[in-house]
Design a protein around this ligand. Structure first.
Ligand code: AHG
Ligand code: MN
Ligand code: MN
Ligand code: MN
Length: 334
């Protein structure tokens, strides 16, 4: 009988020396795990309770907030607030960063950036959605943490992960020592190690992109899409197109099977649609740690300067050889 290893046991027993105190990491991931279980519970019965559909409010991206966006955001902020390890939360759903000022958090050293619900357009139609988180250590040494503590390069992340609410609910994270996946066992309410040491295949035959924007893509992207569609047995083409509208689901599938996800610049999003701080950087950290690559089509995502909380970026993320091939098209046709 294989021994069940819970997330908490894994961090204490197996987590190759987290650069900082394991206790702090395990408490942070415990807090995130608690909120994830609560969000999972509501998502799994979304059609039965008044939690699908939209609110009257619009976030700073001009997106009408789904009820689940707001609910998930509240759960994660509340769990981080009461956990005591986090001094600032930066969320897709809040225009400004949120200072966590409480007795229990006054010595807190960690910044958590979060996309509380990724793929929220899918929540009403029962397609997988997720939560993305990124963890930094504050740089400022005394007084209140500041926005500068949030605007750190992706290479400064001390941990990153995501929860995918799909056919099963999984938590996948890295602290820079590889990537491990945990599946929620609802019967015991624990995330249990199910995907140790995830490695992204160097090649794949899945490509994920919203081809509806084809006319507005850069020429290099158009040429790469045609390359994916050409018959060539030697390179396993034509590839299969898979695009769900939840980056978390597309990237998770590609992490396991191999593949490439692209959200290039478009007319509507001249700097790309996806947000650097709480979507691109955490997913880039995880994919690189699993052996994949993540770039803008030209530059490494993790090296990008971070100047604004809701800064957007183009993103090409996935299997090493597929990213390199796509970048060759961007270079050749730029
Ligand atoms: P969010 O739901 O957090 O706002 O993110 C949605 C993102 C991402 O998950 C997805 O890949 C992309 O938006 C889909 O955008 P398009 O509908 O423009 O393809
Ligand atoms: Mn959104
Ligand atoms: Mn998102
Ligand atoms: Mn979101």
């Amino acid at each position: 009988m294989k021994r069940v290893i819970t997330l908490g046991q894994f961090i204490i027993e197996k987590q190759a020396d987290f650069p900082f105190a394991k206790g702090e990491l395990s408490r942070l991931l415990r807090d995130i795990g608690i909120a994830a279980k609560i969000v999972n519970r509501e998502i799994s019965k979304a059609g039965l309770i008044d939690i699908i559909g939209e609110t009257d409010s619009v976030n700073s991206h001009g997106e009408r907030q789904k009820k689940m966006d707001v609910y998930a955001n509240e759960q994660f902020i509340s769990a981080l607030r009461s956990g005591g390890e986090c001094c600032v939360v930066a969320s897709e759903e809040n225009d400004e960063h949120i200072l966590i000022e409480s007795e229990i958090s006054k010595h807190a050293k960690y910044i958590v950036a979060i996309d509380p619900l990724d793929g929220s357009s899918n929540i009403d139609v029962n397609v997988s959605v997720g939560t993305i988180f990124s963890i930094y250590r504050r740089k400022s040494v005394d007084g209140k943490a500041t926005l500068q503590d949030v605007l750190q390069k992706g290479t400064e992340q001390v941990a990153a992960g995501y929860v995918i609410y799909g056919s099963s609910t999984m938590l996948v994270y890295t602290t820079g020592k590889g990537v491990n996946g945990f599946t929620l066992d609802p019967s015991i309410g624990e995330f249990c190690l199910s995907h140790p040491d995830i490695k992204m295949p160097k090649d794949g035959n899945l490509y994920s992109i919203n081809e509806g924007y084809y006319t507005h893509f850069p020429l290099g992207v158009k040429k790469y899409i045609k390359y994916c569609q050409v018959e060539d047995e030697g390179t396993n083409r034509p590839y299969t197109s898979r695009y769900t509208g939840s980056m978390i689901a597309d990237i998770h599938r590609n992490l396991i099977k191999g593949g490439i996800f692209l959200y290039p610049t478009t007319a509507q999003y001249p700097n790309g649609k996806l947000r650097l701080v709480y979507e691109c950087n955490p997913m880039a950290f995880i994919v690189e740690q699993a052996g994949g690559l993540a770039s803008t089509g030209y530059d490494r995502i993790l090296d990008l300067d971070v100047n604004e909380l809701h800064q957007r970026s183009a993103i090409f993320i996935g299997s090493e050889n597929m990213i390199k091939r796509a970048e060759e098209f961007m270079l050749a046709f730029s």
